[in-house]
Design a protein around this ligand. Sequence first.
Ligand code: T3D
Length: 258
Amino acid sequence: MSSLITNTEQGVGFIRLNRPGKLNAFDRSMSFELLDVLKSFEKDGAVRCIYITGEGKGFSAGQDLAEVIDPDGPGMQKILHEHYNPIIKKIRSIELPVIAAVNGVAAGAGANIALACDIVVAAASASFIQAFSKIGLIPDSGGTYFLPRLIGWQKASALAMLGDKVSADEAEKMGMVYRSIPDEHFESASVSIAKKIAAMPTRSFALIKKALNLSFTNTLEQQLALEDQLQQEAANTEDFKEGVSAFLGKRTPIFTGR
Ligand code: T3D
């Protein structure tokens, strides 16, 4: 059985992590499948937004701990080098918006894969746990990078050390996620965000990602120069022409992603 369920609809590439009996914990096979499907959506001109969620009651419980102790398993070094680091780098560099729809618990690398996404929404009953310290590890999969940027040094430090469970509502309040959504509307509301984004100017999202990826390390001078360069690219897109023309013509724009 595949560890992912995927489909495309209305410009959205859907990815459902599919190991529900293990709360969608990542093993080597699921990690490679996720990387492959991200790459294939990247090349598929019809996909203009990627939506990642979990099958069953969890989003993902992070690394499959049974695989870690398996003497025939990949071992710690390969797990980071070959699984999580390439996934995180792909999510940040892919020229498409990636939405994490966190439907349930997100722990360890499962939490940090979600936090690497461009927009993170969570069902009200979902939670986030930097579970690493409980088993003597440190937050990986970009946890030590994204957490302090999202919620500040102090909260990042405390959550990384204590491994507290953070509810979706708390996560929204501290800026870890964009929005906590009541469970009963979660799937429809999160899918409708994805479909809305898929009908918007896709190239500008790619350029926004590039700018944000560098905004915490660039100086103001460098960031202004980068905005200058990226804005020229945005202004050369068909979607920019369409956006301005629709505004002036008092009509709804039809963006094509070009
Ligand atoms: O080499 C390296 O390891 C480096 C990479 C590190 C990356 C990481 O992600 S390290 C962190 C790994 N994740 C964890 O430590 C979290 C472990 N899971 C939990 O703490 C709890 O499951 C949760 C708090 C996430 C949820 O608790 P609860 O009570 O809702 O569910 P549960 O009963 O604990 O889990 C349900 C089933 O999923 C259960 O199986 P069973 O007993 O019904 O057959 C449980 O064993 C399984 N499961 C949950 N998490 C994992 C897992 N199986 C394997 N690996 C898991 N991570």
